[in-house]
Design a protein around this ligand. Sequence first.
Ligand SMILES: Cc1cc2nc3c(=O)[nH]c(=O)nc-3n(C[C@H](O)[C@H](O)[C@H](O)COP(=O)(O)OP(=O)(O)OC[C@H]3O[C@@H](n4cnc5c(N)ncnc54)[C@H](O)[C@@H]3O)c2cc1C
Ligand SMILES: NC(=O)c1ccc[n+]([C@@H]2O[C@H](COP(=O)([O-])OP(=O)(O)OC[C@H]3O[C@@H](n4cnc5c(N)ncnc54)[C@H](O)[C@@H]3O)[C@@H](O)[C@H]2O)c1
Length: 481
Amino acid sequence: MEHTYDVDLAVIGSGPGGQKAAIMAAKLGKKVCVIDSKSMVGGVCVNTGTIPSKTLREAVLYLTGMDMRELYGASYRVKEEITISDLLARLQHVIGRETEVIRAQLQRNHIELIPGTASFLDPHTLSVDLEGQPSHRTLTAGVIVIATGTVPARPANVKFDGVRVLDSDQILAVDEVPGSMVVVGAGVIGVEYASMFAALGTRVTLVEKRDQMLDFCDPEIVESLKFHLRDHTMSFRFGEEVASVESSGGGTITTLASGKRIAAEVVMHSAGRQGNTTALDLERAGLEADKRGRLSVNEKYQTTVPHIYAVGDVIGFPALAATSMDQGRLAASHAFDEPVRDLQALQPIGIYTIPEISYCGKTEGELTRESVPFEVGISRYRELARGQIIGDSYGMLKLIVHADTREILGVHIFGTNATELVHIGQAIMGCGGTVDYLVDTVLNYPTLSEAYKVAALDVANKLRAVARLTSQMAAAEPSLR
Ligand SMILES: Cc1cc2nc3c(=O)[nH]c(=O)nc-3n(C[C@H](O)[C@H](O)[C@H](O)COP(=O)(O)OP(=O)(O)OC[C@H]3O[C@@H](n4cnc5c(N)ncnc54)[C@H](O)[C@@H]3O)c2cc1C
Ligand SMILES: NC(=O)c1ccc[n+]([C@@H]2O[C@H](COP(=O)([O-])OP(=O)(O)OC[C@H]3O[C@@H](n4cnc5c(N)ncnc54)[C@H](O)[C@@H]3O)[C@@H](O)[C@H]2O)c1
């Protein structure tokens, strides 16, 4: 017997994963609703995470005049005293516009946006705690997508007060640009915010329990970033765990397990996030989250209850906005029998530090461990005409190429536009392209894309040198033939 549900698909959470699941289902002619709190339309992505942090970064770059200092001198500033309201003005504008775009997209696809918090009553029934009303709404759905994202981890030894000791969702609520700051956790969030505050002139101490930061990136590029951050008076405390964080009206004290104590005006705690599943009453749906609040799914994004899918940060790695969107689209397609292809395995990583980092493919370390023979080509922005024009003398692009097949295996970029430029390498790699494609291709001049050509020629020169010497040696020593 066919069941009749109030909606074909109910999506819990309006972040990137939830939005795309909802729109895909609506495009397939399904009746869809999305549930989220009014103040969180667009999710963590638009309201507290990706978009605010990236907008803050642009505001910092513009107002500090940092990008222009190589051209106009070290004292160049657009504004002498940068206040939090200078920074927040741009933020509110972008968040407001982004939220409007999302609301309009949902509306024109006839998706109902229900303001409130959802929890399960049974595997097909949700209760929505309606915002601003004392009532609940109960609704049934044939398919449910959980896209509830994450919340910052808040360990008990850190006394969060929302004023001086903040998590990364609260950091934009500081009332002034702090003179000094401790950032706990050198994950992507910690390093991005640390670099922005350092650029604003805050004396930042970055504390990380591992011996290194961003250890998944190319070590040479991480070294370049550290050099820049030190130049902005940032100090690093690697291999140090935080034992406690306390605050008073006057400031904060961060005590490390090694016994060191660091005083600062503000502490931002960014040591991981956990799945936002506590309000869902998962057990009523027959589901269970792991100890970090995350749900496990199969390759079609189905939980252990097949008509309940989970996408986005709530399922863990890689926890990125772009991946979450595609997971949502794929989950809805699977649920409503729309044939789709799996995602390409090759995905870029973009880290919006100042300066920014981006890469795609393998690192030298990984390839060495896999015993893959490779050659490396490097291009430095300071040798590109565009690098001179924009005043970026530190940027670099590294191309890693298979020494025998000449396929491009990795591209690693540091400097202006790295997060955009990486897609050129990604596209060539995705099509199985070799370094010769770049050697034989004419690129616009003067551009930063030219870095690809320069690095490709560098690789080609090195490979030619090896080939020549090998054949000379073979000619001189017949036994090598
Ligand atoms: C500071 C920061 C910077 C980031 N920068 C980047 C970046 O530069 N690039 C990038 O790709 N990614 C970045 N990310 C990660 C990116 O924001 C996430 O990958 C993305 O937002 C995850 O999307 P999602 O679909 O899981 O939902 P989220 O955006 O996490 O949103 C989840 C939504 O679910 C809602 N919700 C939760 N529980 C319920 C409930 N019971 N009922 C109703 N609604 C509920 C919440 O209110 C929220 O709106 C960043 C994250 C942070 C924190
Ligand atoms: N540009 C981007 O793509 C971007 C930007 C920001 C966030 N994100 C996403 O958000 C996710 C969460 O980021 P995150 O930085 O919060 O998490 P994370 O888990 O990657 O980093 C947390 C860091 O804190 C350290 N740490 C934990 N406890 C500590 C302690 N007591 N003392 C000192 N250090 C400690 C950990 O070793 C780790 O390096 C990332 O995985 C990423 O996918 C992406």
